[in-house]
Structure formats: structure tokens, C-alpha cells
Design a protein around this ligand. Structure first.
Ligand code: ADP
Length: 484
């Protein structure tokens, strides 16, 4: 495009210059008409048709309609006999109508084709700049178009590639693919995501995914093939990376399972074997206290008492370790469990403790059945209810057991109006032997109850969490199946 053309096209983007140019074109048409024929020689619109075409092409519909209207008025005044008179004879009306209708039709056709060319150039721009390689070729395999991404992917510029056979991109062992592709396209079929290898200008191979579709002419005949080519080298690298990380993950999980199992076995054996010498210590101290009490002074008896209590405590701790490691060792048998029945049994067991602590147990509706191990589920309810009763300093103590149906799976809960659990300790309480209080506070304990509870719940595929307000109470929530 020359500088003058560019200036003209830039000016014609604004309405005022468009109308001015239209006016000028029609004025020139008038001058031309007057210079060729005398006023009343007939052919009034002779020079206006080219003016309509030119205005429609350059200025658009509005200025063209203005030009048509102006030229019709001027023609009626001057060129349609009698000249210099605005007499609308039938003949004048007929000739102006034909001119106007024909001109509007010309304008319509031109605007349509302008729109088509805008769409075509838009499409061409999209194809040119698309970040996938888009290539078209004839049915004989000769490249006819080649976008920027094709240049980047294969290293050939458009001028180097267009006119060449597409087989310049094929490795020698894949040239048969072209015949198969063309045969398929000639049958009118498209081809999507065909993974193959192509060769760049520098001779290096590139893994690509090719999609093809036939190009049809106005009459529906197949005239060529358009081709979209994705570079999948990076995707392949990601896939390989993903496979590798999956393999590593599986290996790590297997290793973790193995070491967990070993740890459980170790804890089980250690706690089991520790029980025997502990029992011995406890028994011998008892013998000493029973048989030699009279020989011992007050201080020695106190020491022996303490040794006995410590041995008892250590026995309790090893018992906890035993029960914590036991569920991990063998698969636990599962059956349909009615937690209401389980809760009846728990209530029976914990009644003396609740009575002695002055705690009221209430049940908020029926609990839905679940697949699990009733003995273990019983342990979960028992641990949580005993804790809810123990860690309570209110005059009116209560514990509530119920189930919420707000999630995909039933969420059981044990709620109390007890002392609450400070935010910063909420994760720690699930650690083995972790107590938040001195040994003799709130009825004592080993600090293993919640660890065991969590482990049982997780072995059922469930989860445990809590909500708590210090001084107001705690709710432990848990599920007994996967799917939260
Ligand atoms: P234990 O009760 O034997 O100490 P747990 O593992 O059952 O061991 O509990 C760990 C700690 O969590 C307890 O020492 C207590 O401080 C806290 N805890 C558990 N349940 C509650 C509860 N319902 N309210 C307040 N604190 C609780």
C-alpha cells in the first residue's frame, strides 16, 4: 500500500471524511455528466452508477445512500426534462426509482463482499498467528499455505515451504503415511490426533499430533487438505515425568507401608516383651512390701510404693502401645455394624464412670449403620465418651452422641460442655502419650486414647476432627468410611 493510499484509508475510518469523499465523488460524476452531454440530452444517471460503486467501496452504506439521494434530487432538477424545474413527472419518478433501487442493490452486494473479505482477512490473521502449525496442501501433496507456527516448528519459511511437496517433512520410513492420509481425505473423512514423527529443516525429528480435514470448493468437491500440527514433544516429556513420579510415589508408598508395618511389629514385640519384666518388678516390690515391711523404715516403704506405681503406669503405657500396634498387624474383620447397639453396650460399660463423675449422657437420634468392626467402633465411642466426661469441670456435665447428615457420608459426633481444647494443642492431642494436663489431673490417663481412636477410624477409611471453645466444650466429629 502506498503512502497516499494509507492516508486515504486512515481518513476513511472516520465518518466526516467518508461523507466528504462521497460528496466529492458524486460532484465529479455530475461534472463529468455535464461535460459529456448537454443538460437535457437524456441519460441522466449515466455517470452516477460508477460513482455509486466507488462510494460503496470506499465510504460504506451511509455516504452511498446520501450520494444516491443527492444525485436523484439534482438529476430531477437539472437532467430530467424539463431542466431547472422540480417537476415530478411519472417518467421522472420511474427513472429515479430504477436508479435508486439498482444503486441500493449495488451497494448491498458491495457491502456483503466487503464483509466477506473482512472475515477472510480476519481468518487469515488468526491462522497466521495461531500458536499451532496450520498447513494446507493440494490433493497431490503440494503445500499451499504455511503459517508462522509451522515456520517455528519445522524451520522452513513460508516461501521455502509453499509449492514444495509435504513429504519434505516426512522421515523416510513414514512416507507411506501421506498416501494413506490422502486416500482417507479423498473419502471425505477427517483425521484427528494422529501421533507421528516429522522432520525439521535441520534434520531433527519432532513428535507431532496431526489433525486433517478436507478443503471443499463451492460445489462441495475436495480440492485440498488442511492440516493442524501440534508439537507434542513437551507433552511426551511431561507424560514421561508423570509416569516416573507415579512410579516413585508408588515406591515411596510401598516403602512407607512396609516401614509402618515394621514399626507396628516392633512396637508390638517391644511392648509385649516389656510386660514380662515389668510384671516381675511389680511382683517383687509387692513381695518386699508384704514380707519385709516391718524391716523397712517409712522412707524405704515410700520408695517401694513409688516403684510399684511407676511399674503400674508403665504397664498401662505398654498396654496402650500393644493395642495401638495390634490393629495395624492384621486386617480387621468388617461387617455391618449398628452403632446404636454398640452404643448401648458402651453406655452399659461406662455407666459407673459417668455416675461417679456426675455426667449425663444423651443420645441425639438414631445413628446410621456402617460397615466396620464393631469391637473397634465400640472402642472409638468409649474413648471419646470417657474423655468427654473426664475433661469437664462444670456443675451440670453432659455428653451428647449423635450424627449429622450434612456431608456425603454420615458424620458421627461426641459433644461435651467440658473444659475445651486450646487451638494450639488440637493437633498434638492425637500424638501418642500426649496429655495436656498433669498426670493426676482429670482422673489421669496415658495420653494414648485419641491416638488409638484416630488409628481405628483411619483403618475404616474415615477421618476425625474437632471443634472446641475453651471453657465451653468440645465436639469430636468422625466418619467411618471413605468419601468425605
Ligand atoms: P488421655 O485422656 O489418656 O490423656 P487422650 O489421647 O484420650 O489421652 O487425650 C489426649 C489429651 O486430649 C487429653 O490429655 C486431654 O488433655 C485432651 N482431651 C481429649 N478429649 C478431650 C475433651 N473432650 N475435652 C477436653 N480435652 C480433651
Amino acid at each position: 500500500m502506498t503512502v497516499a493510499e494509507r492516508v486515504l484509508f486512515d481518513a476513511l475510518k472516520r465518518p466526516l471524511p467518508r461523507y466528504a469523499v462521497a460528496f466529492l465523488i458524486f460532484a465529479l460524476a455530475m461534472a463529468l455528466r455535464l461535460s459529456i452531454f448537454p443538460l437535457d440530452a437524456g441519460y441522466p444517471f449515466f455517470t452516477f452508477y460508477p460513482a455509486v460503486v466507488l462510494t460503496a467501496m470506499l465510504c460504506g452504506t451511509g455516504p452511498t445512500l446520501m450520494g444516491i439521494a443527492l444525485s436523484a434530487i439534482v438529476c430531477d432538477l437539472l437532467l430530467i426534462p424539463p431542466s431547472w424545474a422540480a417537476t415530478l413527472t411519472y417518467q421522472a419518478i420511474a427513472s429515479i426509482s430504477v436508479y435508486a433501487a439498482f444503486s441500493i442493490f449495488i451497494n448491498f452486494i458491495i457491502q456483503k463482499s466487503r464483509q466477506g473479505s473482512v472475515e477472510r482477512s480476519l481468518l487469515a490473521a488468526i491462522v497466521r498467528l495461531a500458536d499451532i502449525a496450520i498447513i494446507s496442501k493440494t490433493l497431490k501433496g503440494i503445500i499451499t499455505s504455511w503459517n508462522l507456527e509451522a515456520e517455528r516448528l519445522f524451520g522452513y519459511t513460508a516461501s521455502e515451504a509453499i509449492g514444495k511437496p509435504i513429504t519434505i517433512l516426512f522421515p523416510p520410513d513414514k512416507t507411506h503415511e501421506e498416501e494413506e492420509i490422502i486416500a482417507q481425505v479423498q473419502r471425505g473423512e477427517s483425521l484427528t490426533h494422529f501421533d507421528t514423527v516429522r522432520i525439521r529443516k535441520d534434520g531433527s525429528a519432532v513428535e507431532v499430533s496431526v489433525s486433517l480435514s478436507p478443503v471443499l470448493d463451492l460445489y462441495g468437491r475436495i480440492t485440498g487438505v488442511s492440516k493442524i500440527v501440534h508439537d507434542i514433544t513437551r507433552q511426551r516429556v511431561y507424560e514421561e515425568d508423570l509416569k516416573l513420579s507415579n512410579r516413585n510415589l508408588i515406591a515411596a508408598i510401598t516403602e512407607l507401608k512396609r516401614s509402618n508395618k515394621e514399626l507396628d511389629e516392633f512396637a508390638y514385640i517391644a511392648s509385649h516383651d516389656l510386660k514380662e519384666p515389668l510384671r516381675g518388678i511389680h511382683n517383687y516390690v509387692s513381695f518386699l512390701l508384704e514380707d519385709y515391711a516391718s524391716l523397712l523404715d517409712e522412707e524405704s516403704r515410700n520408695y517401694l510404693d513409688r516403684i510399684q506405681r511407676l511399674a503400674e503406669r508403665m504397664t498401662a503405657l505398654t498396654d496402650c502401645l500393644l493395642s495401638l500396634s495390634r490393629p495395624g498387624n492384621t486386617p480387621i474383620p468388617m461387617q455391618t455394624v449398628d452403632p446404636n447397639v454398640v452404643l448401648n453396650e458402651v453406655e452399659e460399660d461406662v455407666r459407673p464412670t459417668l455416675v461417679s463423675l456426675g455426667v449425663k449422657l444423651r443420645r441425639a437420634g438414631r445413628l446410621p449403620s456402617v460397615t466396620g468392626n464393631s469391637l473397634r467402633i465400640r472402642e472409638v465411642f468409649q474413648n471419646l465418651i470417657i474423655n468427654a466426661a473426664k475433661y469437664n469441670d462444670k456443675p451440670q456435665k453432659w455428653v451428647e452422641v449423635g450424627c449429622e447428615h450434612t456431608r456425603a457420608v454420615p458424620v458421627y459426633y461426641v459433644r461435651d460442655n467440658g473444659i475445651g481444647i486450646p487451638e494450639q494443642h488440637r493437633a498434638a492431642i492425637f500424638r501418642i502419650f500426649k496429655r495436656l494436663h498433669e498426670q493426676n489431673k482429670f482422673g489421669g490417663g496415658t495420653g494414648a486414647g485419641l491416638t488409638i481412636t484416630k488409628k481405628i477410624i483411619e483403618r475404616h477409611g474415615g477421618k476425625i476432627w474437632l471443634e472446641s471453645t475453651e471453657g465451653e466444650g468440645t465436639t469430636f466429629y468422625f466418619t467411618l468410611m471413605e468419601g468425605l
